[in-house]
Write a protein that binds this ligand. Structure first.
Ligand code: HEC
Length: 221
């Protein structure tokens, strides 16, 4: 079959141009026509903000999570590089002249599997914020409950928080920068054991309340 290069070229160019103009028109239309809400202004004091990539990067984001620690290199470098090399090499390796997908089962199925993988990873990655939001929600609830316990148990009779309150005991602001949770819990369980002779009374709380009070104390900045 003889094909005139000139004709193929001009037809191909016309198709490409049409497609390019179409894409630009759609993007322009979306940019002008759709009013997407902006995220609220960045707040460095907000430690509950969970940075997330846009949806079209969620599959990569999720893929990255499947390779913890040092293995991250596999997701960042090895897999994308192997994929790119494979695509560049494909015309040299695969000399099959048939073009119909049905007659190219290996290539077709490989495409389907990759697409399915991207879809699954995207859905999986998109599902995560709920989980994170739930933990943050629980944490916020625990902190609020802990604050109430702090007030009930009259800890503020002796402790100030950033200068607010009595200064008989140490100011508890920034506690988490000085001690870890286990230490603080140890003080609350048995102040005498950590500080022999301390005037601080043990609050004698059941474990769930102890947890909430600790969550509140550890949240103080
Ligand atoms: C009678 C006063 C008093 C009360 C009431 C009191 N504390 Fe204390 N607390 C102290 C003193 C004093 C210290 C310092 C330890 C020492 O040297 O005796 C201390 C230490 C601590 C520490 C360790 C902080 C640090 O920097 O070493 C934590 C945490 C703490 N208290 C939490 C609480 C909580 C929570 C309550 C309420 C349930 C409470 N305290 C009630 C007097 C008190």
């Amino acid at each position: 079959m003889e094909v005139k290069t000139g004709k193929v070229f001009s037809q191909h160019l016309a198709k490409e141009l049409l497609m390019a103009v179409g894409v630009v028109a759609v993007v322009l239309g979306l940019a002008l026509g759709i009013d997407l809400p902006e995220e609220k202004l960045a707040d460095p004091a907000d430690n509950t903000y969970v940075p997330r990539p846009e949806w079209y990067f969620l599959f990569l984001f999720q893929l990255l999570k499947l390779f913890p620690g040092q293995m991250e290199l596999v997701a960042i470098v090895v897999i994308p590089l192997a994929g790119t090399v494979l695509l560049y090499g494909l015309p040299f390796v695969d000399r099959n002249p048939v073009r119909h997908p049905k007659q190219r089962p290996l290539a077709s199925w490989a495409g389907v599997v990759i697409l399915a993988g991207v879809l699954v990873l995207t859905a999986w990655g998109a599902d995560l914020p709920r989980e994170v939001a739930r933990t943050i929600g629980l944490n916020k609830a625990a902190i609020a409950a802990g604050k109430e316990i702090f007030e009930q148990k009259q800890c503020s009779m002796c402790h100030a928080i950033r200068g607010q309150g009595q200064n008989f005991g140490p100011d508890l602001a920034g506690l988490s920068k000085r001690y870890d949770e286990a230490y603080v819990e140890g003080v609350l369980k048995n102040p005498q054991q950590v500080y022999p002779g301390t005037p601080m009374p043990a609050p004698n709380l059941p474990p769930e309340e102890m947890e909430k009070l600790t969550a509140f104390l550890m949240s103080l900045e």
